[in-house]
Design a protein around this ligand. Structure first.
Ligand SMILES: NC(=O)c1ccc[n+]([C@@H]2O[C@H](COP(=O)([O-])OP(=O)(O)OC[C@H]3O[C@@H](n4cnc5c(N)ncnc54)[C@H](OP(=O)(O)O)[C@@H]3O)[C@@H](O)[C@H]2O)c1
Length: 228
């Protein structure tokens, strides 16, 4: 059987940790990134952790991205950039450096990481997934609120499109901007509509369905296509 390898960026907790658990349960090799020892602890408890390698990376740090790229020696069937932050809820009162931080962590950091690693993603069948959100859809924004977060994820969607137009298309990759649903995590809160296992199973099924189908799509965990 061919062994598959995934890199999950931002895997200490929530959806990232869930994605690592899901791919290990599917028999994949997984490289997972965290930012500190506390982030690594939960990963090492997962069943199948003998197929897991843990790396340190802050998605907004270019030196971390360069080191991560150097450490990835096996071809990647999946590069999944999950790391993200909500940031301040009110755009008008937020400090400019807080706004810049959210934009870097959610949009430009993931895009720069993707450009640094895209050559390692398997030509023809590889997938690059960005954790987006329904809140990043301009067409679906009928309520407003959380504008910094919304804008950062809309920017991420745009940067994912440019990745597709450049190396994504040249390498025949599927580039996915993924809405995980409203999920019970530290970010989603306890009142969210679905749990992590439900979301990550749906996402992994969608990734399997899109592998080998080059293009850039904005899809939900349940396969629903989202309007840009
Ligand atoms: N939960 C939802 O309902 C929902 C809905 C739509 C989209 N999303 C998206 O899904 C992704 C995961 O969210 P979640 O709900 O699992 O949130 P979470 O529980 O708050 O986890 C966020 C993850 O991102 C990591 N992270 C944050 N800043 C980072 C940085 N600068 N560099 C590297 N890693 C960083 C965190 O690592 P540390 O532990 O080191 O902080 C953690 O692993 C995010 O992109 C989020 O926007 C979530």
């Amino acid at each position: 059987m061919t062994e598959h390898t995934a890199l999950v960026v931002g895997a200490s907790r929530g959806l990232g940790l869930g994605l690592v658990e899901e791919y290990l349960s599917r028999g994949w090799r997984v490289v997972a990134t965290v930012r500190d020892d506390a982030g690594e602890a939960a990963l090492q408890e997962l069943p199948g952790a003998d197929r897991l390698t843990v790396e340190r990376a802050d998605v907004a740090d270019d030196a971390d991205i360069a080191r991560l790229a150097q450490h990835i020696s096996k071809p990647l069937d999946l590069l999944f950039i999950n790391a993200g932050v909500m940031g301040p809820s009110d755009m008008v009162s937020a400090a400019p450096d807080e706004i810049a931080r959210v934009m870097h962590v959610n949009a430009f950091g993931p895009a720069r990481l993707a450009w640094a690693l895209v050559d390692k993603v398997v030509e023809g069948s590889g997938v690059v997934a960005f954790m987006s959100t329904g809140m990043g859809s301009i067409a679906d924004n009928t309520s407003g609120g959380y504008d910094i977060y919304r804008a950062s994820k809309a920017a991420q969607n745009m940067l994912a499109r440019s990745l597709w137009i450049g190396p994504g298309q040249a390498r025949g990759l599927a580039i996915l901007s993924v809405n995980p649903g409203w999920v019970k995590t530290d970010m989603g809160g306890p009142g969210a509509s679905i749990d992590v296992p439900t979301s990550v199973k749906g996402i992994a099924d969608q990734i399997a369905a899109h592998a080998g189908k080059p293009g850039h799509r904005f899809i939900g965990w349940n396969g629903r296509e989202l309007p840009w």
